[in-house]
Each structure stands twice: as structure tokens, then as C-alpha cells.
Design a protein around this ligand. Structure first.
Ligand code: G
Ligand code: G
Ligand code: MN
Ligand code: NA
Length: 251
């Protein structure tokens, strides 16, 4: 309850910020995308992770406000990046099931002037698997605007491949744990990643390996067909997108 009240204040008092972590193209190592990650610097408790405060925001019915702030601020930032660099924003299940979400996205795009094609919304598998008709229609509306989706944390859950064909993903992000096990030679993880890569290629979807910390993992995942990479090896999350390069520290 304390954190709930604090979170309401955090929005008003400017304690929230955004860090941007690069996703690079494996061929030339240029940035193709930045993932926006929300940060909360609590006046007494210091940095609190979004994996802690996002669920609290959902429970306190603050997620809509928080998400709107995130989309608005990140789109305003991204419009200053080179045109070929896209933005991904994580969205929670509750956030997108709110009736105001479509309007929030439209508003953030219109006010920032960011081309909708440059915005990807990161959805987790659980969101996709629990999708009902209403959500399907919402995603279709967003897609008609030009917004596409990234499937986040692929492999963490109960990875079913059939929904990938149905949806407008422009990116699949393979979860860090899964990348680790494949890079260390687990035949099962390798086989699943190869399968997802070949499906993705046939549908013109980029595959990003998450949580890359060393060159060996780049090599292993390149061999399996991954085209994009994200992780500390290429850049930490950083408040200034263009400074989010290797060797910079978080915050
Ligand atoms: O940055 P990292 O610890 O810092 O993020 C932890 C988790 O929080 C990740 O799973 C990330 O996707 C999620 N996350 C970060 N920012 C946001 C956000 O703005 N909205 C939602 N729903 N999740 C976020
Ligand atoms: O769930 P999502 O993929 O959005 O989570 C992003 C989280 O992963 C953030 O907390 C971010 O700080 C963290 N992260 C990003 N790159 C790496 C990495 O190379 N290693 C580790 N351990 N965590 C990472
Ligand atoms: Mn993510
Ligand atoms: Na992830």
C-alpha cells in the first residue's frame, strides 16, 4: 500500500524516467531499435525494478497512466533518432485490455510526430496466448495504423508456434535463459531456436537474441540464424539512447 501511494506521487513528481537499450543488427552491428525500459528512482528506497512496480501499478489501477506517460515520453524521444531506428515499448496485459489504450497510442504518435511504422509494442507470450476477440481487434486496429509487435521473452513460457502466423509480429525476442542454454550447446534449445528462426524467416520477422553478454553467444546465435542482438555486450540500458553503447553503465 505504501508503494502504491508512492507510485501515484512518482508520476506527478517526476521520479520516473526511461532507459533505452539498443538492439543491433548482427551483420553490421548498427542499432536498429531501442527498447524503452521504465525506471523509478524512489526518494527513500532508490531504484525499484519495473518487475516490482509494474504489478503494483496494475493492482493500483495506475498502469494506464504509467503506460500513457511511457508511450508519450518515449515517442517524443524516438522522433529525434535516425529514421531507420525503431522504438520498442513493453506493454502489460492489463494495459492493453483497457479501452483507452488505442487512443493513448494514437495520441502519443500524433503529438510526437513519430511514424507508426517505427513503433513496436512488446507483448509477452502470456498476453498472446490469452488473447480474446476484443484484444485481437485492438491489435488489428493498431496494425492498420502501421504499428507492429515484438514477441517478448520467447521461450520463457509455453511457446506455441501457431499464433505467430496469425499475428503482425515484426520481431521475435528470444529470452535470455533460452539463449544461454542454446549457446552452451543444449540440443533441445538449439532445435527450438532453429525452428523459430525458419518460421520467422518465411514470415519476414526479425529474430532478436536477448541477454547477449559475450561474443561466443553472438557466434552461436548467428549460427542458428538470429539476425539481431540485445544485451550488455552491445549496450546497457541508458537514459540517453545515443549513449547506450558498450561500456556505459546503467543509469
Ligand atoms: O529493465 P529491466 O529490469 O530493468 O526490466 C525488468 C522487466 O520490466 C522486463 O521484463 C521489462 O520488459 C519490464 N518493463 C520495463 N519497462 C516496462 C514498461 O514500461 N512497461 C511494462 N509493462 N514492462 C516494463
Ligand atoms: O523482459 P525483458 O526482455 O523486457 O527484460 C529486459 C531486462 O533484461 C531488463 O531488466 C534489462 O536490464 C535486462 N537485460 C538486458 N540485457 C541483459 C544482459 O545482457 N544480461 C542480463 N543479465 N540482463 C539483461
Ligand atoms: Mn522487453
Ligand atoms: Na525479454
Amino acid at each position: 500500500a505504501i508503494l502504491e501511494n508512492d507510485l501515484a506521487a512518482a508520476l506527478e513528481e517526476g521520479q520516473l524516467s526511461i532507459s533505452y537499450q539498443p538492439i543491433v543488427n548482427g551483420t553490421n552491428r548498427e542499432v536498429v531499435c531501442y527498447e524503452a525500459l521504465m525506471r523509478w528512482n524512489h526518494p527513500e528506497r532508490g531504484e525499484i525494478s519495473p518487475s516490482v512496480f509494474i504489478p503494483i501499478a496494475e493492482e493500483a489501477l495506475l498502469i494506464e497512466q504509467l503506460g500513457a506517460w511511457m508511450l508519450r515520453t518515449a515517442c517524443n524521444e524516438a522522433v529525434n533518432w535516425p529514421e531507420n531506428v525503431r522504438l520498442t515499448v513493453n506493454v502489460s496485459a492489463l494495459q492493453i485490455s483497457n479501452g483507452a489504450f488505442l487512443g493513448t497510442v494514437v495520441d502519443a504518435l500524433a503529438k510526437s510526430g513519430l511514424a507508426p511504422q517505427r513503433l513496436l509494442l512488446e507483448l509477452t507470450e502470456s498476453v498472446v496466448l490469452e488473447m480474446d476477440e476484443q484484444l485481437e481487434q485492438l491489435l488489428a486496429s493498431l496494425n492498420r495504423l502501421g504499428v507492429t509487435f515484438a514477441l517478448d521473452d520467447f521461450g520463457r513460457g509455453y511457446s506455441s508456434l501457431n499464433y505467430i502466423e496469425k499475428m503482425q509480429f515484426s520481431m521475435i525476442k528470444i529470452d535470455r535463459d533460452f539463449v544461454q542454454s542454446a549457446a552452451s550447446g543444449s540440443p533441445k534449445s538449439e532445435a527450438i531456436i532453429s525452428a523459430i528462426v525458419s518460421l520467422a524467416k518465411s514470415l519476414d520477422i526479425d529474430v532478436t537474441a536477448e541477454g547477449i553478454e559475450e561474443e561466443d553467444q553472438v557466434r552461436a546465435m548467428t549460427k542458428l540464424g538470429c539476425s539481431c542482438f540485445q544485451g550488455y555486450h552491445f549496450g546497457q540500458p541508458n537514459p540517453a539512447a545515443n549513449k547506450a553503447k558498450r561500456s556505459d553503465r546503467d543509469e
